[in-house]
Design a protein around this ligand. Structure first.
Ligand code: ATP
Length: 368
């Protein structure tokens, strides 16, 4: 177990509220200086986990060790952590500098020390020029930066962030994601960031803990979580997927109403013949053509359909193709996107290596 400043060790953490088990035997080791996201749908236990790290809630069982020190029932102000919430809760009658200095004043820090540390914190969040403004004179993003500075001024070894970008519009949120990541890398502080937004998690994290029903379903770096999801849940929660449901045939094949598809990836050993299964492929890995793919170069998985719509998503073009009983989403970079009209008969093709096989949830075997 690492006692390094900023390292976190969570073992067997459980928190119940009446009949609800919000956090269920959760284990997690966070390295000092790591940026980790707790990602998952509403109610999966992210915030409760964060609140136990902060000391606002106490576990029913299990342990939390931060920087080598057991948290036990230590109150929030005695932990080396600070929390930034979605609601910034800045004092409206105080200036930016006064807001940041508030906690230090309460602890009777000397004036000189306060001024130095507030100056540093303002610099970290690039808000030095706005020290004398009041919160109402700031944009949402600037207010969020003040809330960050207010936490950073205490020089925590761990910063806990609970959906801090949720109130910002998309463009501002994307800018803040870049800034937060740069800031975290520069400061070397451990960040534990709670979000239900997979884009935020993918863009900033060193590792993502994908949570479901109070447990971690997969813990891995963004590449692994995106390219090699451990379950259907992770595959569908992160990024977009096309799923084809059916029955597992020989090897890693699935017989579906749209055809037989082969998968290069999936559980080992693969689910038995006759098991309910599904294959998944990402929209950007499918090639769309209006003629039959050349047999010599033809990838193994092909489905025919009718192009239903074409949408411009900026640098990417998205196609919706109607196949038997459902739709297939295809994405292509604008520079390489085929010019096709809705109503055209098209072929979607993709390689076996890009195809994942999963057992259907809940797992139910059907007779071969
Ligand atoms: P969200 O994204 O909606 O905030 P979350 O993943 O952060 O969700 P939690 O807030 O940790 O989830 O909640 C986990 C479960 O525990 C939910 O079912 C929630 O209703 C329940 N819960 C959380 N706090 C309390 C509480 N104080 N009293 C009762 N139940 C609670």
């Amino acid at each position: 177990m690492s006692g390094e400043r900023g390292a976190i060790e969570i073992v067997g953490l459980v928190k119940r509220f009446g009949d609800v088990t919000a956090v269920d035997q959760l284990d997690l080791s966070v390295r000092a200086g790591e940026f980790i996201c707790l990602l998952g749908p509403s109610g999966c236990g992210k915030t409760t986990t964060l609140r136990m790290l902060a000391g606002f809630e106490f576990p029913d069982s299990g342990s939390i060790v931060i920087s080598g020190r057991s948290m036990g029932d230590l109150p929030p102000h005695r932990r080396e952590v600070n929390t930034v919430f979605q609601a910034y809760a800045l004092f409206p009658h105080m200036t930016v500098a006064e807001n940041i200095a508030y906690g230090l004043r309460q602890r009777r820090t000397s004036k000189q020390e306060i001024s130095r540390r507030v100056g540093e914190a303002l610099e970290m969040v690039r808000m030095s020029a706005m020290a004398a403004r009041r919160p109402r004179q700031l944009s949402g993003g600037q207010q969020q930066r003040v809330a960050l500075a207010r936490a950073l001024v205490n020089a925590p070894s761990v910063l806990l962030l609970d959906e801090p970008l949720a109130a910002l519009d998309r463009k501002l949120s994307e800018e803040m994601q870049i800034e937060l990541k740069l800031m975290q890398t520069e400061l070397g502080i451990t960040f534990v960031f709670v979000t239900h937004d997979q884009g935020e998690a993918l863009s900033m994290s060193d590792r993502i803990a994908v949570m479901r029903d109070g447990k971690i379903e997969q813990l891995a770096d963004p590449f692994t979580v995106y390219d090699s999801p451990a379950s259907v849940f992770v595959a569908s929660f992160i990024g977009q997927q096309n799923f084809f449901h059916g029955t597992v045939g020989d090897g890693r094949t699935v017989n579906t109403p749209d055809g037989v598809f082969s998968a290069g990836r999936g559980p080992d050993p693969h689910p038995g013949r006759g098991t309910k299964g599904l294959v998944a492929v990402r929209p950007e890995l499918i090639t769309l053509t209006d003629d039959t793919p050349d047999r010599a170069t033809r990838p193994a998985n092909v489905v025919s359909g009718t192009l239903a719509s074409v949408a411009h998503l900026g640098d990417v073009i998205q196609y919706v193709v109607r196949v038997v009983g459902h739709e297939v989403i295809v994405r292509a970079p604008r520079s390489n996107a085929p010019r096709l009209q809705p109503g055209t008969s098209v072929q979607c093709s993709w390689s076996v290596g890009d195809t994942h096989l999963f057992e259907a949830e809940p797992s139910a075997a059907v007779p071969p």
